[in-house]
Design a protein. Sequence first.
Length: 239
Amino acid sequence: MSDDRDHDPQPAPVRSVFPALWPMLIARMQERHEFGLRRYKVALQPFNGRDAFKDLTDEALDELVYKVQWFFENRPIRDQVREFKALVKHPAPTRPAVPSQERMLFSLSLFIEEAFEVIEACYPEDYQVPAVVPGAEPLRHVHAAIQRMKRVLLELVRDYPAAPDMKLLVDGLGDTDYVTESFRQELGVDGRPFAALIHDANMTKQGGPVDPVTKKTLKPEGWTPPDIEGELRRQGWNG
């Protein structure tokens, strides 16, 4: 943070509910000092027999490449979605406001489609009732019932204009983020590589057709889907 307030273009900081950063940094530095003592049996001191400039250069290069790695692995989904929205020319305002009915329909329809995709994945069309049920039939009727419920909800949001309660809506979306990550962790899945794969695939949809009803940008001819199975196997899945 600059001390030259006359030339600092940023506003003065305000108090937040989160912890102070300097104590966190000092504690981390103490951890590094103790790690060095355990590893080298001596504290880092001047004239210790090493070339400090070489160590500095090596560490600086490592720092840069680690930053690139960290940014790629931890890029916020918010940034990925904004990049995709810019590509397909969809609005992404930066101040809270209820969007137009057209955009509400777009977002609600996508939300329903993807929520039901999760449910359908748990009860696929060829799902078999566990063998503990004698003479059980395939649960195709369950898959069909899920499809019917999805159609009903999609028709509902298309027929009735939304009038969202912003506080409840934002709270619900935040809870959805939380339970989605919880679901991934129940599956033993690191979602970050999948987010990167899906984002890369979405960014190749430029020029694809647009659904006249939902306004969703569809997959162009020759589009390649993300390799979800390949990443699952890289993470240790053997299904």
